[in-house]
Design a protein around this ligand. Structure first.
Ligand code: PLP
Length: 406
C-alpha cells in the first residue's frame, strides 16, 4: 500500500529544517516584533498545512496567504492562528472570509462596503489590515488617503483595525526602499494624528527583514527564508538556513543504446558511443526544466543568451540540465518529455533500476500531483496521498533511504 502511495517520484520535505529556520529568524527579531510566516502558493510548494503547523509550533505568530481559498484550506485543517489574506476579496467572497475568521486586507472604500455588508449579515466583526500603496504599483490606498480610510474603518463598528501595511518592490535597493518606507511612515503618522492606535504595522519581506533592522515595525512577513532560500546577494554568512526540499525519482527503465541512437522527441540528442540511458518519471508537466523567461540584464547578458541559442542550434554540447544519481551528477539528454526524461548514466558505476535520483526544480512550479513525503527527525512522518489528503505514514516499506545525512 505505501509503495503505491509513494510511487516512483516524490518530494521530501524536512519539517525540522523549516522549524529550525523559523527559530533562527525569530531569534533575530526583538521580542516585541511578531513573525508572520508567509505560506502562500502552497507554502512556496512545500505544502501549506504541514508548513503552517510546523512554523506555528516553532514560534511564528501570524500566517500570510494571498487568496481566500488558501486561508480556508488552513482553517479546514484545524489551524486557528490568525491568517492575513493579502489580496482584497471580491464582494462574493466577503461572507466566506468573515465566516472563516480570516484577516482581511482593505485597499480602498470598495473593500469596506462588501466586508461590512457581510459582517452585518453574519453579526460578526471583521479584523482588517489597511494596505498602503507606496511603490509596488499593485494593491493599496495612496498614503494621503490612509488617514481618512482608517477613520472610516474604526467608526463603522463592523471592523477591528488591527494592522496597517505596505509591500516593498525592490527591498535590496536601499534608495528606493527608503522612499517607500517614507511614504509608509507618512501614512502611519497621519493615522496616529487622528488618535487611532495600530497594534500591528508591517512592511518587511525576507530581504528587508535582513537588511533594515530598524524598520521591522511590529511584525515582519517572511517567506523565502523559511524555506531555506536566500534572497539574491545574500548567503550563509548573513544567516545560516537549512534547505528542507528535495525532489526525487527512481530510475524506472535502463537500456544500453548503441552509438548513433536518437534519444527523445525531435532527435536533439544522438549518442556518440554506446551509452546507458536511464529513464525517470518526471517531465515538464511536473515543472522540470521550466525557467521563467528572464529579460537579459544588459548587452553582455543578451550576447550570452544569443550565443547559447546559436551554439544549441548548431548542436554544440552546452552545459546541460543535470540530476544526481548515486552522488554523481549526470546530464538529462534529449528533450524533456511531458512526464518522462532520459539521463546519460555512463559515469555511474553499478546504476540500476530503482536507484534514487535527486532532481533540481523550481519549488513553486513543482507539480502538485507529486506526493509530498514529510520528514521529522530524518524519518518519514506524513505523506500526501494521491487523493490529495495528507496522512500519517504507518507502514513505509519502500526500501529507500529517506533524507539521510542532510
Ligand atoms: C510573498 C509576500 C511576502 C514574503 O516575501 P518573501 O520575499 O518571500 O519573504 C511578504 N508580503 C507579501 C504581501 C507577499 O506577497
Amino acid at each position: 500500500m505505501s509503495k503505491l502511495l509513494l510511487g516512483s517520484r516524490w518530494i521530501e520535505i524536512d519539517l525540522d529544517a523549516i522549524a529550525s529556520n523559523t527559530r533562527i529568524i525569530k531569534s533575530m527579531l526583538p521580542a516585541q516584533v511578531k513573525l508572520m510566516a508567509v505560506v502562500k502558493a502552497d507554502a512556496y510548494g512545500h505544502g501549506a498545512v504541514e508548513v503552517a503547523r510546523t512554523v506555528l509550533e516553532a514560534g511564528a505568530d501570524y500566517l500570510g496567504v494571498t487568496t481566500l481559498d488558501e486561508g480556508i484550506e488552513l482553517r479546514n485543517s484545524g489551524i486557528d492562528a490568525p491568517v492575513l489574506v493579502f489580496a482584497p476579496v471580491v464582494a462574493e467572497e466577503a461572507e466566506l472570509l468573515v465566516r472563516y475568521k480570516l484577516t482581511a486586507t482593505v485597499a480602498g472604500r470598495g473593500d469596506l462596503a462588501s466586508l461590512s455588508d457581510a459582517a452585518a449579515r453574519l453579526g460578526e466583526k471583521v479584523t482588517v489590515h489597511l494596505k498602503v500603496e507606496t511603490g509596488m504599483g499593485r494593491i493599496g490606498c495612496f498614503p494621503e488617503q490612509a488617514g481618512e480610510l482608517a477613520k472610516e474603518i474604526v467608526s463603522s463598528g463592523y471592523f477591528d483595525l488591527e494592522g496597517v501595511y505596505t509591500h516593498l518592490s525592490a527591498a535590496a535597493d536601499p534608495g528606493y526602499t527608503a522612499k517607500q518606507l517614507d511614504r509608509f511612515e507618512t501614512a502611519l503618522e497621519d493615522i496616529a494624528l487622528l488618535g487611532i492606535k495600530i497594534p500591528v504595522r508591517h512592511a518587511c519581506n525576507s530581504t528587508a527583514t535582513l537588511l533594515y533592522h530598524d524598520k521591522h515595525f511590529d511584525m515582519v512577513r517572511v517567506g523565502t527564508l523559511l524555506y531555506g532560500q536566500y534572497p539574491a546577494g545574500m548567503s550563509k554568512e548573513v544567516i545560516k538556513l537549512e534547505d528542507p526540499w528535495k525532489l526525487k525519482a527512481r530510475v524506472i527503465h535502463l537500456q544500453e543504446l548503441p552509438r548513433g541512437s536518437s534519444v527523445g522527441y525531435s532527435r536533439t540528442f544522438i549518442t556518440k558511443r554506446p551509452t546507458p540511458i536511464a529513464v525517470i518519471p518526471l517531465g515538464y508537466v511536473d515543472g522540470l526544466g521550466l525557467e521563467p523567461a528572464a529579460k537579459p540584464a544588459g548587452l553582455l547578458d543578451l550576447a550570452k543568451v544569443l550565443a547559447k541559442v546559436v551554439l544549441n542550434y548548431i548542436g554544440y554540447p552546452l552545459e546541460r540540465f543535470t540530476v544526481e544519481v548515486r552522488g554523481i551528477k549526470v546530464p538529462v539528454v534529449g528533450k524533456i518529455g511531458m512526464q518522462l526524461s532520459m539521463l546519460d548514466v555512463s559515469r555511474v558505476v553499478g546504476v540500476s533500476v530503482g536507484d534514487e535520483v535527486t532532481v533540481p526544480a523550481r519549488r513553486t512550479t513543482a507539480g502538485r500531483r507529486i506526493p509530498r513525503l514529510y520528514l521529522r527527525a530524518h524519518r518519514p512522518y506524513k505523506i500526501t496521498s494521491l487523493a490529495g489528503a495528507t496522512e500519517p505514514v504507518n507502514e513505509l516499506d519502500t526500501g529507500f533511504s529517506f533524507g539521510t545525512g542532510t
